[in-house]
Design a binder for this molecule. Structure first.
Ligand SMILES: [Zn+2]
Length: 181
């Protein structure tokens, strides 16, 4: 079964089914308890507050938005970047979302790729390496399209030649057989 990364993170951090269900707006039994069972994690002990990781703090500051985007409810830097304070440091919410999505630290600046300003949805960001690869891909697609256009024009030219040859044959037939045809 597929288990959402944010759900898996919250389970691993020791939150209760009900707390996770509330936070992610999913069903405690059908979704959270089932995922807990699939991951082989024990039930959360009541009264034990797990240490909040940056990922946990991240999830607490988000709210589902239309179109599958995620709104940031936390603080924002003067430059307009969603951020949160953890371990005495200000962290970019984009970077945390990236880490959750890819399981690794991003390289360089992390920015949303979905064109929704301030979106912190997991998977809606790219780092420097991703952007470079996307540019390579775009360049490849452009080159490929150029090649395809060339092939289509060549094919069209061939088709015209074929039609012209047929026309010549028709004329020839007319010339030889006239109305007997
Ligand atoms: Zn988005």
């Amino acid at each position: 079964m597929h288990i959402r990364q944010d759900l898996a993170d919250l389970l691993a951090a020791g939150h209760s089914d009900r707390a996770i269900a509330r936070q992610l707006n999913v069903d405690a039994q059908a979704t959270v308890a089932v995922a807990r069972h699939a991951l082989g994690l024990p039930k959360a002990k009541p009264g034990v507050r797990p240490a909040a990781t940056a990922e946990i703090l991240f999830h607490r500051r988000t709210q589902a938005a239309d179109g599958g985007h995620l709104r940031w409810k936390g603080s924002v830097t003067r430059g307009g970047l969603p951020s949160l304070r953890h371990g005495g440091r200000n962290l970019s919410a984009y970077r945390i979302a990236y880490r959750i999505a890819h399981g690794r630290e991003p390289q360089g600046k992390v920015l949303p790729t979905c064109k929704r300003e301030g979106c912190v949805q997991i998977g809606h960001h790219a780092d420097r390496g991703d952007r470079a690869r996307a540019q390579d891909r775009a360049a490849f697609v452009r080159a490929w399209n150029r090649g395809r256009t060339k092939a289509i024009l060549a094919q069209r030219a061939r088709a015209e030649t074929d039609r012209a040859r047929e026309q010549r044959l028709e004329d020839l037939f007319d010339a030889i057989f006239g109305d007997q045809r």
